[in-house]
Design a protein around this ligand. Structure first.
Ligand code: F6P
Length: 327
């Protein structure tokens, strides 16, 4: 493994702010160590199609502050097939790529694990997703920025909600995880937060609205994570309107704005540390592990142990706190 000379790098799955900072760190650390670094565009799909180019240090100039990913990203179904993997392997051989750094989520690492079983290409993963839903790291790259984007939006919604005495149901992203909802909701003083990990009792949600109405609490913000159990912001709004027809209720889906924008300091620093660590890990003979941050330190966890995090315990504690803080 000490003889690795050529590394390929790709981003896969949903993009997240800070991916560019990680790419920059990988490219520059690799070149510093005398390696050749090959960018693979559009994730595994680009690998299959041979969309591969040699990267120089200047290719990653002026990107640390940019959202998105200069390598572009995709979710490839073809890579999940034996034939797709064979094509991808052929392309790697063509460019003499001996190892990979993969920035993405659990699907990305599952693909890498299968690819290694079939073609023995060593790989190191870096967690990049706004959802923060992976084990093996306390945070994923992009989560901090996404939460701050949601906070900025919800603060603005609160201004207009207060001006009109309206109740707002705001939907944030997270796929099957409530981390963005919980954290943005707490930070914005939300009156209620609905998450997928623990389906809320809608009668209690309605009772809390009723209580606020009686107390003449004029603003009521409910943050819901997508896939939270009732269908999303619009459906929750409809349930509330049915029960309280006189209330002025609006639904707002924040959507993909949470995926873009300039990464926060936390995401830039974490991405730089993990990119640097990923190349050093490969050079020291590590493979099939994800470089994450646990208690502030870089930790390498085998792909086989990386699963979608069960945020249930943390979320439950936090939900209890929210009830107290929003009285
Ligand atoms: O995984 C990141 C994420 O933004 C999720 O929060 C969301 O459910 C999903 O991707 C949206 O995917 P797409 O961009 O394909 O619509």
């Amino acid at each position: 493994m000490g003889s690795i000379k050529n590394i390929g790098i790709l981003t896969s799955g949903g993009d997240s702010p800070g991916m560019n900072a990680a790419i920059r760190a990988v490219v520059r650390t690799g070149i510093y160590h005398g390696l050749e670094i090959f960018g693979i565009r559009r994730g595994y799909q680009g690998m299959i199609e041979g969309d591969i180019f040699k990267m120089q240090t200047t290719d990653v100039s002026n990107i640390i502050q940019r959202g998105g990913t200069i390598l572009k990203t995709a979710r490839s179904l073809e890579f999940m097939t034996d034939a797709g993997m064979e094509k991808a392997y052929t392309q790697l051989k063509k460019h003499n790529i001996e190892a990979l750094v993969l920035i993405g989520g659990d699907g990305t690492f599952r693909g890498a694990a299968k690819f290694f079983e079939q073609h023995f290409i060593p790989a190191i993963g870096i967690p990049g997703t706004i959802d923060n839903d992976l084990t093996g790291t306390d945070f994923t790259i992009g989560f901090d920025t996404a939460v701050n984007t949601a906070i900025d939006a919800i603060d603005k919604i609160r201004d207009t909600a207060e001006a009109h005495d309206r109740l707002f149901v705001v939907e944030v992203m997270g796929r099957d995880a409530g981390y963005i909802a919980i954290n943005s909701g707490i930070a914005c003083g939300a009156e209620d937060i609905l998450i997928p990990e623990q389906v809320a009792d809608i009668n209690q949600v309605l009772a809390r609205i009723d209580n606020d109405e009686r107390r003449k609490k004029t603003v009521h913000i409910i943050v819901v994570a997508e896939h939270e159990g009732y269908g999303g912001a619009k459906e929750v709004k409809d349930i509330i309107t049915n029960r309280f027809p006189a209330l002025d209720v609006r639904a707002c889906v924040l959507g993909h704005i949470q995926r873009g924008g300039s990464p926060s300091y936390a995401d830039r620093v974490m991405a730089s540390r993990l990119g640097f660590a990923a190349v050093n890990a490969l050079l020291s003979g590590k493979t099939q592990v994800m470089a994450g941050l646990i208690n502030g330190k870089v930790a390498l966890t085998p792909f086989s142990e990386i699963v979608k995090g069960d945020g249930y315990a943390m979320n439950t504690d936090m939900l209890q706190m929210i009830r107290v803080l929003s009285i």
